[in-house]
Design a protein around this ligand. Structure first.
Ligand SMILES: *Cc1c(COP(=O)(O)O)cnc(C)c1O
Length: 421
């Protein structure tokens, strides 16, 4: 459920009409609903009630500091994957003891940054990384708390570009080698093992792969404890999927997911961490765009929008589906039309949907891309020298620009022309 509904014939974000935001900030733009973000966070938090737990928002899905502040004030931690994300989380006011550092390629500079600023734990993904972290920590006179990310060799049955838990993926250490790697960790002076980490992929619409992975983690927990290691925290990753089309079957709920966690690892007495991103942010955001032209092709109609692949790359990158709806509510029985919905960028890949049947719209009309809150604004670029589009946060009847659209001058001022030219 989200808070983007038609009211009095116009699509609203909570109590604010999207047409009003468009009039003030221009198009295209992203808009997020505070109530939806909080609702999704609380669904996870409630699903884990009764277990010692922390829900760490995977901020790579949506990293605007206003969103981080909102979630952190509700009690969320953050899962960060770079020094930049760490800096953003801290700047947004997230307490360092609620920040978890994931990622396969952490640099020594990033390790230093997090150790100096404070960190809940590093999720270590390889032996060389663990050795480097130990060295950096020793230099700083610290001991870094770590979990080791294991790769359980489970097929997440999701898009190949977002599957991470098969042995062919670059993530984690093979679970079969885990005991040897934990033994090495115990010998390193700069790291302290506190648990196990696993994350098998994104947009999972079935609980079975989670179950397979978590059962393996449970078994490994017992083995590692028998080997003498302290395993008191399990980071179970993120990845729960969302419905992208209204016709899809609903993916499992956070409650079902929480029950699965209780059933598979609840008996181990570990503190539970999860790292959901998409399920918190995905359906909490829309991208709103304006129709520039309707163009008649040889055998099809093109709906040419002012939004493009540089603003929302998911269709081009993952063949992702987004429902696209008119902002003015179509009257019952209104005329429908079939379009290829495209942006202005000079790439054929700049296509949001092919042969999409929707209510007929015309030049100047606003359309909204649903489910665009996750992996939308964060993946945007300025390709074709199109400035990054603004982000807007709504709370009931208020809205605020939380990232402004740069002017052309601001955008081009980042280039520097060498003195010899
Ligand atoms: C991307 C990622 C997540 C979040 O995945 P979602 O599908 O957005 O929930 C969590 N943990 C790690 C390590 C990730 O890389």
């Amino acid at each position: 459920m989200d808070h983007f509904l038609y009211r009095d014939g116009t699509l609203c974000a909570e109590d604010v009409a999207l047409s009003e935001i468009a009039a003030q900030v221009g198009t295209p733009f992203y808009v997020y609903s505070s109530a939806t973000l909080l609702r999704h966070f609380h669904l996870f938090d409630t699903a884990l009630a009764g277990m010692d737990h922390l829900v760490c928002f995977a901020m790579k899905s949506l990293s605007n500091q206003a969103v981080l502040r909102l979630l952190a004030e509700a009690g969320a931690g953050m899962d960060v994957v770079s020094g930049g994300e760490y800096a953003r989380a801290v700047a947004a006011g997230v307490p360092p003891e609620r920040i978890v550092f994931s990622g396969v390629g952490k640099t020594r500079a990033e390790m230093r940054q997090a150790l100096t600023g404070g960190i809940r734990q590093f999720n270590v993904e390889s032996e060389p990384e663990m050795r480097a972290l130990s060295e950096v920590a020793v230099e700083l006179g610290q001991v870094a708390p770590i979990t080791i990310r294991v790769n359980p060799d489970v097929d997440a049955r999701t898009h190949a570009k977002i599957a991470t838990g098969k042995s062919e993926n670059k993530f984690g250490i093979p679970i079969a080698r885990a005991r040897a790697v934990y033994a090495l960790a115990a010998d390193l002076p700069g790291v302290e093992v506190i648990g196990i980490d696993v994350h098998i992929g994104s947009q999972l619409t079935d609980l079975a792969p989670f179950e397979a992975a978590y059962l393996k983690v449970a078994e490994l927990t017992e083995q590692l404890r028998a080997d003498g290691h302290t395993i008191r925290r399990l980071d179970l990753g993120g990845g729960l999927g969302i419905p992208y089309a209204q016709t899809n079957e609903a993916p499992p709920s956070p409650q079902d997911y929480g029950d699965l966690i209780r059933r598979t690892v609840g008996h181990l007495g570990c503190e539970i961490e999860i790292e959901p991103g998409r399920l918190i942010s995905g359906n909490a955001g829309l991208m709103v765009s304006r129709v520039i032209y309707v163009k008649e092709g040889a055998d099809r109609q093109f709906l040419i929008l002012d939004g493009a692949m540089n603003d929302l790359i998911r269709p081009a990158m993952y063949e992702a589906h987004h429902d696209i709806v008119p902002v003015v509510e179509p009257a019952p029985g209104a005329e429908r039309a079939t379009y290829d919905i495209v942006g202005p960028v000079c790439e054929s890949g700049d296509t949001f949907a092919k042969g999409r049947t929707m209510a007929q719209v015309g030049p100047g009309d606003l359309v909204a891309f649903r489910s665009a809150g996750a992996y939308g604004a964060v993946m945007a670029s300025e390709y074709n020298s199109r400035p990054l589009i603004p982000e807007v946060l709504v709370q009931r009847d208020q809205f605020a620009v939380i990232r402004a659209r740069p002017t052309f001058d601001e955008m081009i001022a980042r280039d520097m022309i060498p003195a010899w030219l």
